[in-house]
Design a protein around this ligand. Structure first.
Ligand SMILES: [Zn+2]
Length: 353
């Protein structure tokens, strides 16, 4: 049979190829009536039509939300933004030898000239609450962030429908979306805002000790001023909580200090399913897992950050937990496995529902 020239098929050969020879001949006959059925005109074929008269460009924004389930809970991973700084501008690998960072990226088969850093936000609908964990960058990082509200809208969620916001820690890429920059009013106007008392007290103190940050003085001063401003602007709304607290239904706050004094991870549990939102315990899917002991410039207490990382990673690996991390590649869902004395981050497959 010559597969290159369909016109040379006998009718029976054609029917045989589409599984309709014999008993299906009658149906096959109707399918085969006229050339148009076997060889549709270009305009009736959506693939051909798109090629002929389709969009001039495929450029534009990426998809901004991803739906998944945590047991009976519904969840959305939402893109707020991202950036790709060159290696000399990244906060990774403080004090490591020149070339070490590029070496880790190379081992992971990633580009060696830049580090891609995502800003993602997690929304979970429990039985009774609509819970947002962190709020993205808002206007603080310019075009690198601030897409949360647009992506919530695309998923059919309005900010005023959110009943609870949990702030994992007071850095700008997490609190930046809480306030409307024009009006100064809360974006999530109906939500109770939860924060660790230890985090609130740290930044609200007279002189927060930021000496552990490996950052220039003006950046440290900016971090303090920004956190104070966010806490002050929403001061009547904060509900202070502590690691170990169980919030609402199916939410447990997990102690995860080091990145900041009161940094929290958040465990969501429904039925036998769990997702651990580890927030900023890790900042990169290859670097932080392959070199968990490396110092990250924005970690307030580097040794404590490493200890927290190992404790949570070990737990996640032992329990085969699903994890979610703010700065992991979208949609930020994965698992962690041991790899000698280090770890691997394993991205969860894309699921349709
Ligand atoms: Zn962050």
């Amino acid at each position: 049979m010559n597969l290159i020239q369909p016109s040379s098929f006998s009718r029976r050969e054609a029917l045989s190829m589409i599984g309709l020879a014999g008993g299906g001949a009658l149906l096959g006959a109707s399918l085969l009536r006229g050339q148009a059925t076997l060889a549709p005109s270009p305009l009736s074929n959506p693939i051909v039509a798109a090629a002929g008269s389709g969009p001039a460009s495929l450029a534009g924004k990426q998809a901004g939300f991803y739906r998944f389930k945590i047991g009976e809970f519904e969840a959305l991973a939402l893109q707020d933004g991202g950036m790709s700084p060159t290696l000399d501008q990244t906060p990774f690998a403080v004090g490591e030898a020149p070339g070490a960072l590029a070496g880790v990226l190379d081992e992971a088969m990633l580009p060696k000239d830049r580090v891609d850093l995502a800003f993602n936000v997690l929304l979970v609908r429990t039985k009774s609450e609509l819970v947002l964990v962190d709020s993205g960058c808002g206007a603080l990082f310019g075009p690198a962030g601030g897409n949360l509200i647009t992506n919530l809208a695309a998923a059919g969620v309005r900010p005023e429908q959110i009943t609870a916001v949990i702030l994992t820690h007071a850095h700008g890429d997490h609190y930046g979306g809480l306030l409307n920059v024009e009006t100064g009013s809360p974006v999530f106007s109906q939500a109770t805002h939860f924060v660790a008392r230890r985090e609130f007290d740290f930044w609200s103190g007279d002189a927060p000790d930021v000496s552990g940050l490996a950052l220039p003085p003006e950046v440290k001063a900016g971090a303090v001023a920004g956190a104070k401003k966010a806490f002050n602007a929403l001061k009547d709304r904060w509900q202070k909580v502590a690691a170990g607290d169980r919030l609402l239904d199916g939410i447990e706050l997990i102690d995860a200090p080091g990145h900041t004094a009161g940094h929290l991870a958040v465990m969501f549990a429904s039925g036998s399913d769990q997702v651990l939102n580890f927030a900023d315990v890790a900042h990169h899917q290859a670097i932080t897992f392959a070199r968990p002991e490396w110092r990250f410039a924005y970690d307030a207490d580097a040794a404590q950050a490493v200890a927290t990382r190992r404790r949570l990673f070990d737990r996640a690996a032992a329990d085969r937990l699903r994890v979610w991390g703010t700065h992991m590649p979208f949609p930020s869902l994965g698992r962690i496995r041991r790899a000698g004395s280090a770890y691997d981050y394993v991205q969860e497959p894309f699921r349709l529902g």
